[in-house]
Design a protein around this ligand. Structure first.
Ligand code: BTN
Length: 244
């Protein structure tokens, strides 16, 4: 798998950098920053990571006419690649649908894919924040339950090696997604899904609903059964699981 990694000491955000300089880079280019001054997460949240300790990077994806249908599944397939890689390091990782990677209900990795159009072509800017070697002090600044690989394993990992392994797997999986669609990933993702069969509260705007996750559909939407028995298919980006 061919890709080039450009490493920067400091950027505002690797996603923003790719957006701004899209024309300069080839598809599958990886922009890695040792520090982000304005890291962004989903729902316009701030993404905090420790300088030279964690991994913050973005991958530029060229989406052709067929693969654009699957762009919403890119982050799910990415979370599977990350989970599989972290499992090799003996971490008990799970996917919090749609795409957070968690250990014991604490977030270790966040993924954000943004769609951009340039000269008639569509691109995905796939940003990944992985808490690799952050210590307790850095993690405790984060305003949601979070952890790092270091805190879970009590050892530091080589970030560059991890970046190369994870990126290879992500790019491979995404090219399969583009060619063959999402359904072939469904079972593997379901196996790694957190809270399957467990009762949870979801938030939809200002409303809250209780129910349990009962499975995943072929298009990546989540099958959720309310306590009154009704089954709905949840679309990522529209709901959040309530904290706690
Ligand atoms: C989330 O869980 O809310 C998604 C977090 C995505 C963070 C990454 S870090 C690299 C890239 N640059 C950004 O500004 N955001 C993404």
């Amino acid at each position: 798998m061919n890709f080039h990694i450009f490493r920067f000491d400091k950027l505002l955000s690797t996603n923003e950098h790719l957006k701004k300089h899209l024309e300069k880079y080839d598809p599958n280019t990886i922009i890695w920053a040792d520090e982000q001054e304005k890291g962004r997460g989903r729902f316009e949240r701030t993404w905090l990571s420790a300088k030279e300790k964690d991994l913050t990077f973005s991958i530029l994806l060229l989406l052709d006419k067929n693969s654009i249908d699957y762009w919403k599944n890119i982050t799910q397939v990415t979370s599977l690649a990350i989970v599989e890689e972290l499992e090799k390091n003996n971490l008990a990782v799970k996917i919090k649908w749609p795409n957070d990677v968690i250990v014991n209900d604490k977030k270790v990795c966040g993924i954000l894919c943004e769609l951009v159009e340039l000269n008639g072509s569509n691109y995905g800017i796939l940003g990944i924040g992985l808490n690799v070697n952050s210590n307790r002090k850095k993690i405790d600044i984060i305003d949601q339950p979070a952890t790092s690989i270091y805190l879970e394993l009590n050892k530091e990992l080589n970030r560059e090696e991890l970046l190369k392994k994870v990126s290879t797997s992500i790019i491979e999986k995404i090219s399969i997604l583009m060619e063959s669609g999402f359904s072939i990933f469904k079972d593997s993702i379901m196996e790694k899904l957190a809270w399957l069969g467990e009762y949870k509260v979801i938030e939809d705007g200002s409303k809250e609903y209780e129910g349990k996750i009962i499975g995943l559909n072929n298009d990546g939407t989540l099958k959720f059964q309310y306590t009154n028995g009704a089954i709905v298919n949840l679309i990522s980006g529209e709901i959040r699981f309530k904290k706690g």
